[in-house]
Design a protein around this ligand. Structure first.
Ligand code: ZN
Ligand code: ZN
Length: 414
């Protein structure tokens, strides 16, 4: 049956009537009285429910006297809460929101007691009703949409404190970056000595490196959005002295607590290009959602590398060794250089393909494709025997990696 032709049903049978009789004696406000039976009469407001119950009890709706013993008049102060809520977010842009509230636990316990006393198992909690009703009123006042699953801003009404706290949800930008500079870390690198506060060692900057891929991409976005901070999520990371070439590395740049959300992405891409001055290039910048962070962090694509190696070895011997390693598993114990942040264990990885590009006069260049998580420098140099087998061992001479470039990241798009 279409809803608009059906009057809200409210089966006021004997058990409901008995509970209503008990509730009627408590001096509750219409909101709280009706809410004791909130699961009935879908579409009715609580005062409308209360009116039906009074009618069923065959008694006139009593005039309000004194504050309600349950809510203490909370549900009469909508104007205050709506005004405070909207004012709390007056300095930022929002189109979707959600509402929550913090309550005096005694009041919530009182509500449970009242339900027990009147014998109603059909009540709706004050908190749930308050959040929903506040949401409707904030929608009407602001023109924004209530969106519990995907809010841009979250209001938390602290009822005992009489205050509204606001959380501005992050904005996420996705894209791919190339890094053409061998002195640039991927993320902001706080000074180890002062932990970012600024000291003599870091010249007061609080940083080990003057800038990073994160900062070159993030700063124009941070400025435009008025956010508080950035977080950079890359699909893995290259070494500081390695370039990232090809179609680039997928990333998500998160802007914390933004005030402006309408951002011209094309204009941002130009600003990033100018700020990065050829050190970093970004393709396909776009707004994305939080789920993209997981997708980027959990991917484990194979990668192609170009490696420049210094070592005195005849090139035919290099070719022979490369033919041997292609497709074969190597055992890599956590390299000493990352042992401070990774657990020390042995990982099995594969060099999928390997090819000599050029060589002569004590150096040669390789192209490799390897599984995610392969430590390339260590595979070439041996890392004191921590990688087995390694190229230096196979060739029987010491090798040094002169340069390393990531040529391509073979994620689902490439
Ligand atoms: Zn009340
Ligand atoms: Zn410092």
């Amino acid at each position: 049956m279409p809803e608009e032709t059906a009057a809200p049903t409210f089966p006021i049978d004997a058990p409901v009537l008995e509970s209503a009789g008990k509730a009627a004696a408590l001096g509750l406000c219409p909101e709280c009285f009706g809410r004791c039976f909130g699961q009935f009469g879908h579409g009715l407001t609580n005062p409308e429910r209360a009116a039906r119950l009074w009618a069923a009890l065959d008694r006139p709706t009593p005039p309000a006297e004194g504050p309600c013993p349950l809510c203490e008049g909370l549900f009469d102060r909508w104007e205050t809460w709506v005004t405070r809520t909207v004012a709390a977010a007056a300095d930022c842009e929002w189109h979707r929101f959600s509402c929550g509230s913090r309550w005096d636990p005694e009041l919530l316990a009182r509500e449970e007691m009242i339900w027990t006393r009147v014998g109603s198992s059909w009540g709706e909690s004050a908190r749930g009703a308050f959040n929903r009703e506040l949401g409707k009123r904030v929608e009407a006042r602001s023109g924004a949409a209530g969106s519990p699953d995907d809010p841009e801003i979250v209001f938390l009404v602290d009822l005992p404190a009489g205050r509204v706290d606001v959380t501005r949800m992050p904005i996420y930008f996705g894209g791919r970056y190339r890094k053409l500079d061998r002195t640039l870390p991927q993320t902001r690198w706080p000074c180890r000595r002062c932990q970012g506060r600024g000291c003599e060692t870091c010249g007061g900057t609080g940083k080990t490196y003057p800038t990073s891929v994160e900062e070159l991409i993030g700063e124009p976005l941070l400025r435009a959005s008025g956010g508080s901070a950035t977080r950079f999520h890359g699909m893995g990371r290259e070494d500081i002295d390695a370039r990232m070439l090809g179609s680039g590395r997928p990333f998500v740049l998160e802007i914390r607590s933004p005030r402006t959300r309408s951002i011209d992405v094309a204009d941002m891409a130009l600003q990033i290009r100018d700020a990065a001055a050829g050190r970093v290039e970004v393709d396909g910048l776009r707004v994305c959602d939080a789920a993209e962070v997981l997708r980027v962090k959990e991917a484990s694509p194979t990668k192609s590398y170009r490696v420049g190696v210094v070592g005195e070895v005849p090139l035919p011997k290099v070719n022979e060794a490369l033919a041997f390693v292609a497709g074969r598993a190597i055992a890599q114990r956590t390299p000493t250089r990352v042992a401070h942040r990774r657990s020390d264990r042995v990982r099995s990885r594969r060099i999928l393909s390997a090819r000599l590009v050029e060589g002569g006069e004590g150096r040669f260049t390789l192209d490799l494709r390897a599984e995610a998580g392969t430590y390339i420098k260590e595979w070439v140099e041996g890392d004191g025997g921590r990688t087995e087998p390694n190229l230096s061992q196979l060739l029987g001479v010491p090798l040094t990696v002169e340069f390393l470039d990531v040529l391509e990241i073979h994620d689902s798009e490439k």
